[in-house]
Ligand binder design. Structure first.
Ligand code: ATP
Length: 369
């Protein structure tokens, strides 16, 4: 990810039938960045993406691309391509013609410019352009690991292969920015995970800025340089996957990203917080004395210890084997905590817990609802 801003959204608002879908959104995207818009269905991710692509016009605000205001320009005038969930391939064309389509339907001037050609003998230039388009399409197909498939019919390709063709078509003219709207949603889990890896690798190789829309938090965590967590038309938190996982700004983000225990607490004083009737050391937070707060502890951040060394003692109410670890539910005075451990416990057994001060994340209550 570079440090130069390539796209800037300034107070972008979109309404449909008087309903505000995207609400005064501000966002900067950097060159070569893999940025993901993440949020539940209906939060405005696709609408935001469509405004960046020029398929939807904002009611207010500006969309700046490489320093120029593109707010009023149509999709084809933007240095952007889009890959949709539904691949929209042409079934009557073979693979290579589908990929080449992104260049073949461009204007003469565009192609002359794209291939740095002199506009002299039209017939010769045309021949050259056709050769170059074919070479570009083959190059794009090889980037998505579909070398050798160029003459296949689209109908003879699997869902995953069709998605790769759609990707090849979208990168064939080397756009600076690629928008991807849930491009992997139609694939089964195994293939999706493979494609996540390949997409990330392709983005790194091509150095294109990717803006990726998904409602799948794991997908977002795996691929993104930064994630913008959205809800109800606004960005609730923008940061690296690590920052969003470790320091969620509120309950919404903490519950949306990964598993978490959110426990009502009182911030007693500097470095001391109380929850479930016990005082815990904490680090790096400043709240008012005795302010009501929420504490987030991830299931993997509890330490299971001997009962005589424990800060909290509870009863195991559920134990699920998850391959590497066991996922326990532990009841402590009526509150159920999720705890991950490598040890084996049976339901009904007492268990002692501790938590490192650095693993206690504190949030304001109702900072955002
Ligand atoms: P999903 O993951 O389901 O696509 P999303 O976060 O991408 O959700 P959007 O597609 O941006 O959400 O839609 C946000 C809201 O805007 C939805 O309530 C949707 O019904 C509404 N909406 C989107 N496009 C239009 C439109 N053209 N006309 C009217 N309402 C629309």
């Amino acid at each position: 990810m570079g440090d130069k801003v390539i796209i800037e959204l300034l107070n972008v608002t979109k309404q449909f039938d008087d309903e505000v879908i995207v609400n005064s959104l501000n966002l900067q995207v950097f060159e070569n960045e893999f940025l993901t818009l993440l949020g539940p269905s209906g939060c405005g991710k696709t609408t935001t993406l469509r405004m960046i692509g020029g398929f939807e016009k904002a009611n207010q605000g500006e969309i700046i691309i490489e320093g120029k205001d593109f707010s009023d320009l149509p999709p084809y005038a933007r240095p952007i391509n889009t890959v949709f969930q539904k691949y929209a391939l042409f079934p009557h064309l073979n693979v290579i013609d589908n990929v080449a389509f992104g260049l073949k339907n461009r204007s003469w001037e565009y192609l002359i410019n794209f291939y740095h050609l002199e506009n002299e003998n039209k017939k010769e230039v045309k021949k050259k352009i056709n050769e170059l388009i074919k070479a570009s399409a083959l190059e794009a197909l090889s980037l998505v690991n579909l070398k050798g498939y160029e003459n296949r019919r689209i109908t003879q390709m699997s869902g995953g292969q069709q998605q790769r063709v759609a990707l090849a078509r979208a990168i064939v003219n080397k756009p600076k920015i690629l928008l991807l709207d849930e491009p992997l949603a139609a694939l089964d889990l195994k293939l999706r995970q493979k494609m996540q890896y390949e997409l990330k690798e392709m983005q790194r190789q091509l150095g294109i800025t990717f803006i990726f829309v998904t409602h799948d938090q794991e997908e977002a965590m795996t691929m993104s340089d930064r994630i913008a967590v959205m809800d109800k038309g606004i960005i609730v938190q923008l940061g690296t996957p690590k920052a969003i996982y470790n320091e969620p700004v509120n309950r919404y983000v903490a519950t949306f990203i990964g598993e978490s225990n959110i426990i009502p607490a009182v911030y007693l004083k500097k470095d001391l917080v109380s929850f479930m009737g016990v005082d815990f050391e904490c680090m790096g937070y400043t709240f008012k004395k005795n302010e009501k707060v929420d504490v987030v502890i991830r299931p993997e951040d509890f330490d299971v210890v001997d009962l005589d060394k424990a800060k909290l003692i509870g009863k195991v109410t559920s134990s699920l084997f998850k391959g590497v670890h066991n996922e326990l539910l532990v009841d402590i005075k009526g509150t159920s905590l999720k705890v991950n451990t490598y040890e084996n416990y049976v339901v009904g057994e007492d268990i002692g817990l501790k938590v490192d001060p650095y693993e206690i994340h504190i949030m304001k209550v109702n900072e955002y609802e």
